[in-house]
Ligand binder design. Structure first.
Ligand code: HEC
Length: 152
């Protein structure tokens, strides 16, 4: 195959994959995606909490990396809560946990604000103790949404 043919073929496959993801947003896919985003948040907040507690050594570069990852993931989270994918079998998302619900969207917005503030604040952290307020801010945003919109 000539190179341009390959390129075109790859382009077409890519386009059809994209079309698939844009149109086939069924509940199961949304739930899987969302739980992945949530696991990602949990993955990146873990080392931040461990540093704050002194369980692992303070590492400024690692702190920044994890704080940036949280901020990036936070911007993806609202998209993972389409209508029809909450309050059903296979998810702990309670009925109101949909992006079209203004109260839910507001809690998600709080996460975006808290994580971007933490990512900005990470730059001026000098020691482990300084992490606590950032962690509290982000952790508070997680908890505020879970309390209202996630089944126990
Ligand atoms: C705007 C609401 C909201 C915010 C903010 C939020 N979560 Fe969640 N989270 C949910 C909902 C709803 C579920 C249940 C998802 C499901 O079962 O489909 C969930 C599930 C989870 C899960 C379980 C995922 C799994 O394995 O099924 C973890 C872990 C988690 N969240 C961590 C976090 C962390 C850490 C933060 C903060 C950095 C956070 N969440 C912020 C709404 C939120």
């Amino acid at each position: 195959m000539r190179n341009w043919v390959k390129t075109a073929a790859v382009g077409l496959v890519g386009a059809s994959l994209l079309a698939g993801s844009a149109f086939a947003q069924d509940a199961t896919k949304a739930i899987g995606y969302r739980q992945g985003v949530m696991k990602g948040l949990s993955w990146h907040i873990g080392p931040i909490a461990a540093m704050a507690k002194g369980d692992i050594p303070f590492d400024k570069a690692a702190l920044q990396h994890h704080a940036d990852a949280l901020a990036a993931l936070a911007t993806l989270s609202l998209d993972a809560f389409p209508d029809g994918a909450a309050g059903i079998e296979g998810t702990k998302a309670l009925e109101g946990a949909v992006s079209s619900n203004p109260e839910f969207a507001a809690r998600d917005r709080q996460l975006v604000i808290a994580t971007s503030a933490a990512a900005a604040g990470a730059a001026s952290v000098a020691e482990a103790g300084d992490i606590v307020p950032l962690l509290t801010l982000v952790g508070g945003a997680c908890q505020a949404c879970h309390e209202k919109f996630r089944a126990k």
